[in-house]
Design a protein around this ligand. Structure first.
Ligand code: DLL
Length: 433
């Protein structure tokens, strides 16, 4: 096997993995305590000293970090290395309050690319492959992560970025792309278009590495059948580096977490209690090898299950299931993270009452976001052109807040059903989980 299948690491014994984790955790906790006043205060508030953490078993004594901490410490407050040692920033979409900004030293980039290289190798990638990357490039981690991983494997890398489907398909045919990397919804759209145009015989794809959003087994089957490939899932989040935190192997029954870099826990999202292996709960990550932005016990809000059942591929790193939902209200629409609170802020700023409903659907393999907004009796009007103009204003304001298009429909006062319990703000018709 090539350089980036690392059996001595990926197939190490449980004892060896635990030993690496313990040693690296202890070092990271000391470094974070010394260099990150924000986290030091959190540890002090919990009565924990760095010396209390002697092995990975002691992880549970450390305080959690959440997206709220990231917001409070924005932008530099969680950095553990001087800015002058950093060479890259990546970020999620969203406005300042919800935007995640992650920092990388060269060492951090190297490790991240290693993780993505492992994912490509697990999908059968070698230096003979042509890796077609149509995740977005720029601040989003998808493009840069898989691009770097593909270089490490030594594959010929096509940095296509997203969009321009005609050009994607033309390059795929002309240059003989063999591994496709993009979101599953874009893969499904490409697959459909390729079949419609009768080009299936002209593509050489053998595998796809699809992630950044939830996708069902039915969708996997559909993409595999249409493109004649094997479709692999890949998971990650900007806070913890980006794609490649975990990835699927040939067994396609969950994603191996790169345990030499990240310690995973499953907790009860309500109590924070650590749950035993096999339980369904919220995934928490601790990064143990990062220099610039190491997060300890970061609550991902992704709900899943971990398993250490032996895998036919020989890898011993723990596997996570596909995320089965979220413990917060974040939606991922067209790969962009959307919080209902962002939509609410726009509505309130524009003088609308906070009675709204977000409807997400999937049409022709593309997500559609629609916001139904109640008018106040004073706003209500019979003039269609006036209503259309108000809708256009809201579409603009939402676009600048979310970074994506949302259709807006103004509805009559009191026409959105009131609920006796929690308001039903989100109707997600995509059936992803
Ligand atoms: O989506 C990183 C990524 C890029 C992963 C390319 C895979 C491929 P964020 O934009 O920070 O980072 O969004 C992270 O996306 O907490 C999950 O809720 C969701 N997510 C990521 N991968 C998957 C997946 C990138 N395979 C958030 N299945 C995470 C389901 C996923 N959800």
């Amino acid at each position: 096997m090539e350089h980036y299948y690392q059996p001595e690491i990926e197939c190490a014994s449980q004892e060896q993995i635990r030993q690496w984790q313990s040693q690296r955790l202890v070092q990271t906790v000391h470094r974070v305590y010394e260099n990150v006043p924000y986290y030091r205060e959190k540890m002090k508030a919990k009565g924990v000293e760095p010396g209390d953490i002697k092995s990975a078993e002691d992880l549970r004594f450390l305080p959690f970090l959440t997206k709220d901490d990231l917001r409070d410490a924005y932008p530099y407050g969680l950095m553990a290395a001087p800015l002058s040692d950093c060479v890259r920033i990546q970020s999620t979409s969203g406005t300042t309050g919800r935007r995640v900004v992650a920092f990388y030293t060269q060492h951090d980039l190297d490790l991240w690319e290693d993780c993505c290289a492992r994912a490509i190798m697990a999908a059968g990638g070698t230096k003979e492959d042509v890796v077609h990357v149509c995740y977005g490039y720029g601040l989003f981690t998808g493009g840069p992560g898989l691009n770097g991983g593909s270089h490490r494997v030594g594959s010929l890398t096509l940095p296509m970025s997203s969009g321009n489907t005609d050009r994607q398909i033309q390059f795929m045919c002309d240059l003989g792309s063999t591994i496709l990397c993009c979101t599953p919804s874009y893969a499904a759209y490409l697959a459909e278009t390729i079949c419609e145009r009768g080009l299936r015989d002209q593509i050489k794809l053998k595998a796809g590495i699809f992630g950044a959003e939830a996708w069902s087994e039915e969708m996997r089957q559909d993409i595999q059948d249409k493109l004649g490939i094997k479709a692999y899932d890949i998971y990650g989040l900007t806070e913890i580096s980006g794609p490649g935190v975990s990835f699927e192997c040939s067994e396609q029954t969950g994603m191996h977490i790169n345990e030499d870099h990240f310690i995973a826990e499953i907790i009860d999202p309500n109590t924070g209690e650590v749950l035993p292996e096999g339980s369904k709960g919220e995934l928490v990550f601790t990064s143990i090898t990062k220099e610039a932005f190491p997060l300890l016990r970061y609550r991902t809000r992704d709900i899943c299950v971990l398993t250490r059942k032996p895998c036919s591929c020989g890898r011993t790193h723990v596997k996570m299931s596909k995320p089965m939902g979220r413990s917060d209200d974040m939606l991922i629409v067209k790969g962009v993270n959307v919080f209902p609170s962002q939509i609410e802020t726009v509505l309130l700023n524009k003088g609308y009452p906070a009675n709204y409903q977000i409807v997400v659907s999937r049409e022709n393999n593309s997500d559609r976001l629609e916001v139904l907004v109640e008018m106040t009796p004073e706003m209500f009007s019979d003039s269609v052109s006036l209503i259309n103009q108000k809708e256009r204003e809201l579409i603009e304001a939402l676009k600048s807040m979310l970074g994506i298009y949302a259709a807006v429909k103004l509805v009559a006062p009191k026409s959105i059903a009131r609920s006796e319990g929690k308001a039903v703000r989100i109707i997600d018709n995509r059936k992803l989980y």
